[in-house]
Design a protein around this ligand. Structure first.
Ligand code: CTP
Length: 409
C-alpha cells in the first residue's frame, strides 16, 4: 500500500520522521512531500533515508518521474496523510488552493485523505479553523483529532499532534476497514461461489540461472499476480500463491499459502504438485521460456572478449496444465504482447486449452510491467465476445478477473 505523507510547517514536523519510519516498518511504501515551512523545522534528509525515496520539496524540482510529478504522486497514493497539518494548510485545503506541491497533489488525488491538525489551541479553536476542518470532514477527509497537553508555545490545551504510533494505527485501521469492505463486496459479487475453492495463482517472473551469482530475469515484479491472489482470497478462496522473482511485498492473508519457485522448472513442479485437487489456476507469472543450457556451478570469470550463452527451451507450464485439465478445472492465462494482441492472445487461448486469457499490451507506459495500473482485454474460449477492461489499478482489474472466474462455478 502506498502512502504519500505530507509534512507541513509546525513544530511537530519532527514527529513526522518517526511516522515515516513506523509506516515503513509496517510495510507501507512512503513518499514524502514537505512544504517550504516544514523544511524550516526538519531537513528532507531523514525522510529520504527512512522512506528510501527522494523527498519532494518543491513544485520545481527536476522531475524524475515518468509523468508530471504531482499527477504521478496523486495517482500513486492509496492514501494521502498530512501530519502535522497546520492551520494554514487546512485553510488552503478548504478553499482548494494549489500553490505548492502538497496542495496540488491534494487537489489532484482521488485517494482518500487523512489529516492530523496540530497547532496552538487558540488557532485550533478559531472559528475559521473550526469551519475549515468541518468543511473538510464534510467532503470525506478523515481527521485525526489533536491531542491535549502542554504545547510548544507553553499554552495548555488541545492542538498537539498525536504520537506517531497513534497516527500509524489510524492509517492501518483505515486500510483494514477498506480491505474488509472490498472483501465483502467481492464475496457478494461472486455469490460465494469461490468460497473454499482451491485456486493456484502464479506471480512474478521466473529466472534462468547462469552461475551462482548471475541469472537472466524479466521485468515482471509480481504486482498483478499478488493483486489477483489477494482478490481470490478476498472472495473466500483458498489460494496457493506460487511466486517467482518478485519485487512486491508478499500478502499476509491467512487463506493464501505461499510457495516459492524461482526457475521455470521449480514453478512447473510446484504447480503440478498442487494441480490435482485445484479448482482453478491463474497463470499471471511471466515464465522464462528459455534456460541456460550449461549452468556453471562456479562463478564464470571474465577472460574472453566475447561470450556466448546457449539457451534451451523450458517447458510450457500452462500448456502442460491444459493437457492434464479435468472437467470442472478452470485455466486462466495471461498474454503479454507488444503487437497483434488479439491474434496472439487467441492463439494462446486455443493452443493452451484455456477457459479465458487476460491480454495486455506491455508496450504501453501505463500498463503491464512496473506499473500500478493495467488495461486488458479478456478473450473467452466459449465464444463470448472479448471484453475490454480499460486502464485501472491492478487491484481493481484483479477484482474483475476474479468476478469473471466465479461465473464458471
Ligand atoms: N506460460 C507458461 N509457461 C511458459 C510460458 C508461458 O505457463 N513457459 C504462461 C504464462 O504464465 C501466461 C501464458 O502462458 O499465462 C502466456 O505467456 P506469454 O509469455 O504471453 O506467452 P508464451 O506462451 O511464452 O509465448 P510468447 O513468449 O511466444 O509470446
Amino acid at each position: 500500500m502506498n502512502v504519500v505523507l505530507g509534512v507541513t510547517g509546525g513544530i511537530a514536523a519532527y514527529k513526522a520522521v518517526e511516522i515515516t519510519s513506523r509506516l515503513k516498518k509496517a510495510g507501507f511504501a512512503v513518499r514524502v512531500i514537505m512544504t517550504r515551512a516544514a523544511q524550516e523545522f526538519v531537513t528532507p534528509r531523514p525522510f529520504a533515508e527512512l522512506s528510501g525515496e527522494r523527498v519532494v520539496t518543491s513544485m520545481w524540482d527536476d522531475c524524475t518521474e515518468r509523468h508530471v510529478e504531482h499527477i504521478a504522486l496523486a495517482d500513486w497514493a492509496d492514501l494521502l496523510l498530512v501530519a502535522p497539518a497546520t492551520a494554514n494548510f487546512i485553510a488552503k485545503a478548504a478553499v482548494g488552493m494549489a500553490d505548492d506541491m502538497l496542495t496540488t497533489v491534494l487537489l489532484a488525488t482521488k485517494a482518500p485523505v487523512m489529516i492530523a491538525p496540530a497547532m496552538n489551541t487558540d488557532m485550533l479553536n478559531n472559528v475559521a479553523t473550526q469551519k475549515n476542518i468541518a468543511l473538510l470532514k464534510e467532503r470525506g477527509v478523515m481527521i485525526i483529532e489533536p491531542a491535549a497537553g502542554v504545547l510548544a508555545c507553553g499554552a495548555v490545551g488541545a492542538g498537539r499532534l498525536p504520537e506517531p504510533p497513534t497516527i500509524v494505527g489510524e492509517v492501518k485501521s483505515f486500510f483494514d476497514r477498506r480491505d474488509n469492505g472490498v472483501r465483502s463486496e467481492l464475496i457478494n459479487d461472486c455469490n460465494g461461489k469461490l468460497a473454499g475453492k482451491k485456486i493456484i495463482v502464479t506471480a512474478g517472473g521466473t529466472i534462468a540461472p547462469i552461475d551462482p551469482v548471475r541469472f537472466i530475469a524479466n521485468r515482471s515484479g509480481g504486482k498483478m499476480g499478488v493483486a489477483t491472489a489477494r482478490a481470490a482470497a478476498g472472495a473466500g478462496a483458498n489460494v496457493v500463491l506460487v511466486t517467482g522473482n518478485i519485487t512486491v511485498a508478499l500478502p499476509t492473508e491467512p487463506n493464501i499459502r505461499l510457495v516459492s519457485a524461482l526457475t521455470t522448472d521449480d514453478m512447473l513442479k510446484a504447480v503440478l504438485a498442487e494441480f490435482a485437487n485445484a479448482d482453478a489456476v491463474i497463470m499471471t507469472a511471466a515464465v522464462a521460456d528459455y534456460r541456460v543450457k550449461d549452468y556453471s556451478p562456479q562463478k564464470i570469470k571474465k577472460k574472453a572478449n566475447s561470450f556466448t550463452l546457449e539457451l534451451v527451451k523450458n517447458p510450457d507450464i500452462l500448456r502442460e496444465l491444459g493437457q492434464q485439465k479435468q472437467p470442472g478445472q478452470i485455466l486462466v492465462g495471461f498474454a503479454a504482447e507488444t503487437e497483434n494482441l488479439a491474434e496472439y492472445a487467441k492463439r494462446k487461448l486455443d493452443e493452451k486449452n484455456l477457459d479465458f486469457i487476460v491480454a495486455n499490451d506491455v508496450s504501453r507506459k501505463d500498463a503491464g510491467f512496473d506499473t500500478d495500473t493495467n488495461a486488458a482485454v479478456i478473450f473467452y474460449a466459449d465464444g463470448r465476445a472479448p471484453e475490454d477492461f480499460p486502464l485501472d489499478s491492478k487491484d481493481k482489474l484483479a477484482g474483475r478477473i476474479i468476478r469473471r472466474l466465479a461465473e464458471f462455478f
